[in-house]
Design a protein around this ligand. Structure first.
Ligand code: HEM
Ligand code: HEM
Length: 345
């Protein structure tokens, strides 16, 4: 904790070069995306296992507070990806290190050039939707109406995720203290800051770079489909075409949208299931290992560090299993007609 406070205060105090801010933004954007992925993989699994909850989750994605978050998320993904490529390039071409300040500036410029048209297109989807559901003043944006959730409701509905995380952390901390007791460990002891890199660390160092290279096209493709070409709002648009398939969403049901995508075959192969599966495996491993790096930077107490790393490992395994189970199960035919009245247009 003290290390985290020092990092924040020194970052704000240090009149450092642009590289300092690149590091801060890379870390914050990575953490923000991990948080979203935690909610998103659980939400998406409901399409297979709790269809009514999935319809409600998409209704939440369409609320104004999530729309604000969506813009932040897209900015975070684009910045993290482009800056990630800069890190990868400089790591594999160390002779270019003298150009790193300029490279950091170029990254900010590229991000801006991508974000401007992307935000304009995304904003177009938002305006269309707000027009149709009758959201046209700040009061409606905050308070919602009969078709759109209020800020309070949308945030309140996320409480279950916070509680789930708090319970997992609590159980891991108790477990780690019990283990310390049986192992006769001193609970105040710190993990050694100078640790020799294991073979696994070296493997993961490479994995973080190669996976980043692969994630970029997959995640940009996913975002293009869900935010730019179509918007989150088109998941429930009656009569809207379902992107990446030849189907039309007659009922305007989010479940029909996901079901049609997962069932869409090209030469007998369910291409979107494989696409989502690859995205799932890569981002969970990359994101949660990134989380492990951040945790190790700030948490030096042995018992707490072990508990947090348990949560990371169990969390990653659980998300991969849950996401994969949903992809294998698919969306039941009977579930596809579920339309939450207020979410329909
Ligand atoms: C608000 C923004 C987003 C929306 C509306 C959205 C929408 C969806 C939808 C509808 C699906 C169901 C499958 C499909 O139709 O292909 C899905 C699955 C998935 N999305 Fe997103 N997505 C968003 C952002 C992201 C981001 C930023 C990432 C990665 C960083 C991501 C990763 C995934 C993964 C891994 C799956 C598969 C999950 C599983 O196997 O259960 N999504 N997303
Ligand atoms: C889109 C393509 C992406 C690229 C090119 C990329 C690249 C990178 C690179 C090169 C690192 C540094 C690794 C190290 O220090 O060993 C990194 C760290 C990280 N990434 Fe990504 N990444 C991408 C997507 C993602 C996604 C989707 C997530 C979240 C699920 C994520 C979360 C993180 C986290 C939490 C870190 C650790 C940050 C830190 O140590 O400060 N990344 N990424």
């Amino acid at each position: 904790m003290a290390t985290l406070v020092t990092t924040i205060s020194e970052t704000l105090r240090y009149r450092g070069k642009i590289g300092q801010w690149s590091w801060v933004f890379h870390r914050l954007s990575g953490l923000g995306i991990v948080l979203f992925v935690y909610l998103h993989v659980i939400d998406t699994s409901w399409a297979a296992f709790y269809p009514a909850s999935y319809a409600k989750a998409i209704h939440e994605y369409q609320s104004p507070i999530f729309t604000l978050g969506e813009f932040g998320l897209v900015a975070a993904v684009i910045y993290h990806a482009i800056n990630g490529y800069r890190i990868i390039l400089l790591d594999f071409r160390p002779q270019l290190w003298h150009l790193q300040q300029r490279a950091a500036r170029i990254v900010f410029a590229i991000v801006l050039v991508i974000l401007i048209p992307v935000f304009i297109l995304m904003f177009g989807h938002v305006l269309n939707f707000y027009d149709e559901v009758g959201i046209n003043n700040v009061g409606d944006i905050i308070g919602g109406n009969d078709k759109v959730l209020s800020v309070a409701e949308a945030v309140g509905n996320q409480l279950k995720f916070a509680i789930g995380l708090a319970v997992a952390l609590g159980v891991a901390l108790v477990g780690s203290f019990v283990l310390a007791f049986f192992n006769n460990e001193n609970p105040a002891e710190n993990v050694s800051p100078v640790k020799r890199s294991s073979q696994l660390d070296v493997w993961f160092w490479k994995f973080m770079r190669y996976s980043g290279l692969l994630i970029l096209p997959l995640v940009f493709g996913h975002l293009a489909m869900m935010h730019v070409i179509q918007g989150v709002f088109d998941l429930t648009g009656p009569g809207t075409s379902i992107i990446g398939t030849e189907a039309t969403n007659q009922a305007g049901s989010a479940l029909a949208f996901v079901g049609a995508r997962w069932d869409y075959l090209v030469a007998g192969v369910a291409v979107w299931r494989f696409y989502d599966g690859a995205l799932l495996g890569l981002i969970v491993l990359h994101g949660f290992y990134g989380l492990h790096l951040v945790i190790n930077d700030y948490t030096h107490n042995r018992v707490i560090n072990r508990a947090l790393n348990w949560v990371i490992v169990f969390g990653a395994v659980l998300l991969i299993l849950l996401g994969a189970a949903a992809l294998i199960a698919g969306v039941e035919d009977t579930a596809r007609t579920i339309v939450i009245e207020s979410a329909s247009r």
